[in-house]
Design a protein around this ligand. Structure first.
Ligand code: PNS
Length: 175
């Protein structure tokens, strides 16, 4: 029988399934760092790509394009699937048998919104735990909106998003 101490020991990839939700418009190296770190802790990771305008924002890329950009980067991890969703996040988590929702936090500015989402999701589904990974320092300034703004004005996207995403973004914003 597991003792309290042994239950506290986190072995490799023993946390069950986690859902990592987001708009990912487009995926950045900051997102990919969070996905990679979650994939080293959880047995299975489902990246959930929102297929509806959230907070009234239209996306540059379709959900399918956003899914494909992420798939191209996470195949090597071996335990990550990418799926679009257009229902409540907690329902999507339940459908996928996830015990946890994992999100990245960059700065205090993320905290207020995430705190609100956390309380709402906890009310809807107290059995699903929301967990937060702090962004790595080199990505703490990086956001999809910042990348889009840089791309719109011809800024260099090297090191911010995968090369394929950079060229598709430049193409899309030139239109
Ligand atoms: O910051 P993002 O990437 O636009 O976040 C999107 C998402 C879904 C992670 C965020 O809006 C959230 O946590 N929503 C919880 C409420 C919910 O279930 N909304 C429906 C999404 S289809």
């Amino acid at each position: 029988m597991a003792t309290p101490a042994s239950r506290c020991i986190v072995g490799p990839r023993n946390g069950g399934t986690a859902v990592l939700p987001g708009s990912y418009d487009p995926v950045t190296h900051g997102h990919l760092d969070i996905i990679t770190r979650a994939a080293s802790v959880f047995e299975d990771v489902i990246v959930g790509v929102v297929n509806l305008p959230v907070r009234k924002k239209q996306t540059v890329f379709t959900a399918q394009e956003r899914v494909e950009f992420i798939e191209a980067e996470v195949g090597k991890l071996g335990n990550v699937q990418v799926k679009p969703f257009d229902n409540l996040l907690v329902d999507f988590a339940r459908e996928n048998g996830a015990k946890a929702i994992v999100k990245g936090l960059r700065a205090i500015s993320d905290f207020e919104y995430e705190f609100e989402m956390n309380q709402l999701n906890r009310k809807l589904a107290p059995d699903i735990e929301s967990m937060y990974l702090m962004s790595a320092p080199q990505f703490s300034f990086l956001s999809s909106s910042g990348v889009k703004e840089l791309a719109m004005f011809g800024g260099d996207l090297t090191g911010l998003v995968p090369p394929q995403v950079a060229s598709r973004l430049q193409e899309a914003l030139a239109r």
